[in-house]
Design a protein around this ligand. Structure first.
Ligand SMILES: Cc1cc2nc3c(=O)[nH]c(=O)nc-3n(C[C@H](O)[C@H](O)[C@H](O)COP(=O)(O)O)c2cc1C
Length: 276
């Protein structure tokens, strides 16, 4: 089976969600990365040490996480991590966010020349955005400005995905705005804004958010059928993938499910191959 997402050829429409496949090396003992769409953890211009511990806590039907966009910075990623992922055959999408429109353009220029890159995922959905001083993209107009800054610098043969907040009130408007600004597909369903028991800002992911992502996917498909949607939230079984595809998603991303069982993505892909 082969699928094309925003110009990117994939082995199947099940992708590794940002931040949930480590650097790729952690997944490799369990999963054949060849042809697999792998979204990196979100990279920033400067390295970020991340939040205090604990960063991840179980919650009923979900996972609370406050990682604080821990990452080595985009230049270290490009020299130390990307080449290995490309050699492993992964279709690499670099997730990134920036502090200003100028920095969005600058980071895109750095990525544009990276050998083997499949595309980018602009992260406009992070509950950690404040922790790194990210450009505030909550208003659809501002989200579109960030995407336009990336679009101008990104070569046409690289996929441009944009991850938007699963905000039930603004998700359709935001999806349309970023599509008009040049997004090839919209990733709907990042973590819901939540709090750790000690009050630190956190994201809530996992099965608890699946109905929210499903609603947002349906809403975008109904109101803006021209926007290709990648659904992300709570996938742990083949029937969840099918529910999203039936709701009109062109692909799904798997996050928390991989932290419980890294082989999940292989099983989901096999299921689709057996009963397409
Ligand atoms: C430990 C952890 C780290 C994450 N890091 C990122 C990140 O760096 N960038 C991002 O866009 N999303 C990040 N996410 C969110 C996931 O990509 C995904 O959107 C969210 O968890 C919902 O999908 P899920 O229910 O399948 O986990 C992270 C999630 C978890 C659990």
């Amino acid at each position: 089976m082969s699928d094309v997402l925003a110009g990117l050829r994939l082995a199947h429409p099940v992708m590794v969600a940002s931040g949930c496949g480590g650097t790729g090396r952690e997944l490799a003992p369990y999963v054949d990365l060849d042809g697999l769409a792998f979204v990196t953890r979100t990279l920033t211009r400067e390295p970020h040490p991340g939040s205090a511990m604990p960063r991840v806590l179980e919650s009923p039907s979900g996972l609370l996480h406050a990682v604080g966009l821990h990452n080595p910075g985009i230049e270290v990623f490009l020299s130390d991590e990307l080449p290995w992922l490309v050699r492993a055959g992964a279709r690499v999408l670099v997730s990134f966010c920036a502090t200003s429109l100028g920095e969005y353009a600058e980071l895109t220029r750095l990525l544009a020349g990276a050998p083997g890159l499949g595309g980018v995922e602009v992260n406009l959905a992070s509950p950690d955005a404040d922790a790194v001083g990210a450009f505030d993209a909550r208003e659809p107009f501002h989200a579109a400005s960030a995407v336009a800054a990336v679009r101008r610098e990104l070569p046409a043969d690289l996929a441009l995905l944009v991850k938007v907040r699963p905000d039930p009130v603004r998700v359709v408007e935001t999806a349309r705005a970023v599509r008009d600004a040049g997004a090839g597909a919209v990733v709907v369903g990042g973590a819901l804004a939540a709090a750790m028991p000690d009050g630190r800002p956190a994201g809530l992911s996992g099965p608890a958010i699946r109905p929210v992502t499903l609603a947002a996917t349906r809403a975008v498909r109904r109101a803006a059928p021209e926007v290709p949607v990648v659904a992300c939230g709570g996938v742990t079984a083949p029937e969840h993938v099918r529910a999203y595809l039936d709701a009109g998603a062109v692909a799904v991303q798997v996050g928390t499910g991989l932290l419980h069982d890294p082989t999940l993505i292989t099983r989901l892909a096999h299921d689709l191959e057996e009963t397409p």
